[in-house]
Design a protein around this ligand. Structure first.
Ligand SMILES: [Mn+2]
Length: 260
């Protein structure tokens, strides 16, 4: 079995200024880096130039996480929905300019008025995703949707929901398996079993099985040995990105050992 690439998400330093992110990238020990187009690290053309330069000198391979705070591609208001898709479009363009092979995004969320219009939020989530897929084709950047904990009101979380979603979508869209999130929902192995060939990217962080704590690998309840065996067995050949808030280097070493 091929040795999988372990990467690091820059989410761990999102609380630090952009200049600090650049410094960290200059001494990062992995080749695969997931940038987060959010908060103090939100991208613009000047930042793209800096990141591109660092990426080239350090020989980094970038992926991009689309913004997720205040973003709902299934928002009830058309204006808000349009804004969300346009903002993600901006990220797709940034991803293209940075040479990212994948951009990760979150499914739409249920809103306070969804119950009055059964099925409408679901439909809007599908429509926005189709728009994003068109843009992804236009700009030549692969996009992939992430499983997020069901208790945070995501429209698509469970295995059944993802199954309906992919069927109805009618396009080929990759899945980002976030093993921290699936640990909370108890869906890790059912997601791998059902969508093994659709999983193009993995987010790795740990938790207590209840809260989305983004702890380092081995600090929570996830059986990493079992997970590594299962995901390798599914034929997955993408990048496993450490997305914890702390213990980054330690998590990378543990995963490198497990996936070697
Ligand atoms: Mn994630």
């Amino acid at each position: 079995m091929a040795r999988l690439n372990i990467g690091v998400s820059t989410l761990f330093c999102l609380g630090e200024p952009f200049s600090s992110l650049c410094q960290r990238l200059q001494s990062i020990t992995v080749q695969n880096v997931e940038l987060v187009d959010e908060g103090w690290h939100s991208l613009n053309d000047e930042r793209l130039r800096k990141l591109k330069k660092i990426g080239q000198s350090q020989n980094l391979i970038f992926t991009l996480h689309a913004p997720f705070a205040n973003i709902n591609i299934a928002a009830s208001s058309r204006e808000m929905r349009t804004f969300a898709v346009r903002r993600l479009q901006k990220s797709i363009v940034f991803a293209q300019k940075l040479g990212c092979h994948t951009m990760v995004f979150h499914p739409g969320l249920k809103t306070g008025i969804n119950s009055f219009y059964p099925g409408l939020g679901w439909k809007q989530n599908i429509e926005s995703t189709r728009l994003l897929l068109k843009l992804s084709e236009e700009f030549g950047v692969r996009i992939a949707i992430e499983n997020c904990p069901s208790k945070y009101r995501f429209l698509v979380s469970s295995v059944e929901e993802f199954s309906h979603f992919f069927d109805e979508l009618g396009y080929d869209l990759g899945l980002v398996l976030d093993v921290g999130h699936s640990n909370i929902d108890g869906t890790t192995y059912s997601l791998i079993k059902r969508f093994g060939e659709k999983i193009v990217h993995v987010h790795a962080h740990d938790n207590d099985g209840k809260r989305d704590l983004h702890m380092g690998v081995g600090y929570g309840t996830i059986n990493w040995r079992k997970f590594a065996k299962s995901i390798k067995g599914s034929g997955f050949d993408g990048v496993v990105v450490v997305e914890s808030y702390r213990n980054i280097d330690e998590s990378v070493s543990k995963l490198q050992e497990l996936f070697a």
